[in-house]
Design a protein around this ligand. Structure first.
Ligand SMILES: Nc1ncnc2c1ncn2[C@@H]1O[C@H](COP(=O)(O)OP(=O)(O)OP(=O)(O)O)[C@@H](O)[C@H]1O
Ligand SMILES: [Mg+2]
Length: 139
């Protein structure tokens, strides 16, 4: 599945759409360069679950949000600042003990840094910067 978006709002809409058909326990591995639209996607996704203000978790690695509906908690992880011992860091954050639980959804930015340690059911989404306002999003 591929989407070309022409502004940030359209990228949020893609996030909203994906979030509207969750079963629970999903793990989304978001991959793409700086400014490719990963956080923008998460913002739309979170809005669909009743979460209004998503702040980029770059400096603290992970933020959790109470959600509305069958998903109780959204975890937003950003691995940008992690270089080494990523498995250990993820364990320390507690996320490896949580992901896959049916009342949660996990979105991980810069997930390519953790590729080998993600669960098998992680769904990769690639974000590509096409031009100032255009992005390609591929599932
Ligand atoms: N079509 C588009 N989709 C998403 N963002 C867009 C689009 N067009 C312009 N933008 C702008 O590009 C920027 C995307 O930033 P965003 O924080 O979502 O990227 P990111 O992939 O999370 O980057 P980082 O790796 O730094 O966390 C925003 O400033 C947004 O307004
Ligand atoms: Mg981001």
């Amino acid at each position: 599945m591929e989407f070309i978006t022409n502004n940030a709002r359209e990228t949020e809409d893609v996030g909203r759409k994906i979030a509207s058909r969750l079963s629970g326990g999903e793990i989304f591995a978001l991959v793409g360069d700086l400014g490719a639209g990963k956080t923008t996607f998460v913002q739309g996704f979170a809005q669909e679950l009743g979460i209004d203000r998503v702040i980029s978790p770059t400096f603290i690695i992970m933020r959790s949000y109470d959600a509305r509906g069958k998903i109780k908690t959204l975890y937003h992880v950003d691995l940008y600042r992690l270089e080494n011992n990523i498995k250990e860091e993820l364990d320390n954050l507690g996320i490896t003990g949580i992901w896959g639980s049916p009342d949660t959804v996990v979105l991980i930015e810069w997930a390519d840094k953790a590729k080998k340690m993600l669960p098998e059911n992680a769904q990769f989404i690639d974000f590509e910067y096409l031009d100032e306002n255009k992005r390609r999003i591929v599932f």
